[in-house]
Ligand binder design. Sequence first.
Ligand code: AMP
Length: 403
Amino acid sequence: MNVLIINAGSSSLKYQLFDMNTEEVAAKGVCERIGIGGHLKHTPVSNGKPVFDEDIPLPTHSEAISAVLDKLTGAEYGVVSSLSEIGAVGHRVLHGGQSFSESVLIDDDVIRAIEDNIPLGPLHNPANLMGINACRSEMPGVPQVAVFDTAFHQTMPEKAYTYAIPYSYYEKYNVRRYGFHGTSHRYVSAEAIKMLGGRAEGTRVITCHLGNGSSIAAVKDGKCLDTSMGMTPLEGLPMGTRSGSIDPAIIEFVANHEGLTREEVFDVLNKKSGVLGISGVSSDFRDIEAAAEDGGNPLSRRARLALDVFRYNVAKYIGSYVVTLGGVDAIVFTAGLGENSADLREAVVSRLGGLGVSIDKEKNKTRGKLLDITGEGSSARVFIIPTNEELVIARDTKSIVEA
Ligand code: AMP
């Protein structure tokens, strides 16, 4: 079976077509500037056909899906001969709220539940729905599956997801911790459990998804017990441009002193904070690492501080999740930064010396490959596990459609 994976944003739509016999990507691409022009980059992977990379009119997500299907099935850039060869579609959906603890076949009730969760994911859920509705109209009869970023974290106990604010806000508006990157935490924790011997029972794994957005999860017996992101992806670690957790009183203080509206303060916390805000250099850790090393750069000290704040907070969360889990058997580094930055991994693990965790510095120099980098005598294993959220979505879609 071929499975099409869709990740729809408000003006973009990323896709991958998986051949599920081999679990290989047959083609991938991205539509950009939907509604404000349009651009499609389509890359056939399986057969060496040329890349399509051009501006084309994409007034809505429906035209975007139609253009993608056209490229996937056409003679010049295609990887399948007709639409009938696409057996199912899997959609990444940001916020499942309390409605979904696993992936589901999409029907009218599921669409309504995703709509009901729009207040919790106001930017993403409407865009995800546009992708779903476009596929339903362009590919009638093809089963569609929704895979939620929040689903894996639904096993968190009440004490981990309840905020210490009036309980009526939870009762009335479902204000609680949900957590994100769930598909990634689920995939890498399952891979870590395989490396620990394969039995989930009794395992205690801390998964660090460190990229442009970052979150950490505490996983016991293969189930999430706690995670650093909250009701929205703004809580937890400092990130590329997001503040992560701060004293809530700062919001009113900054609004008063800078003369900003509530929306403007949240724009600062989402887009101008994190390591970008501290360093003044960039949101990309590669630029910050380079500036930190460059003594001639006037922002070098702030770049070093940004890295220090980030690494300190990663270590602090790991330490607190050792308490949550009652110990730790494996720590996993994944996503753009976790997989690729040896400096980050070394700096984080060096702060865990009090827990008896260490890495092998030579093995740690590896980038982007699955690897056990545990140091000699370490009290817990340390793994680099490249994440693959798209493959999880494709696998869930196939198994739900075939069930
Ligand atoms: P992601 O959001 O998972 O795609 O991760 C993207 C981020 O990973 C980038 O913004 C970089 O900050 C970081 N990154 C990727 N490669 C490297 C690298 N070789 N060294 C340091 N950071 C990296």
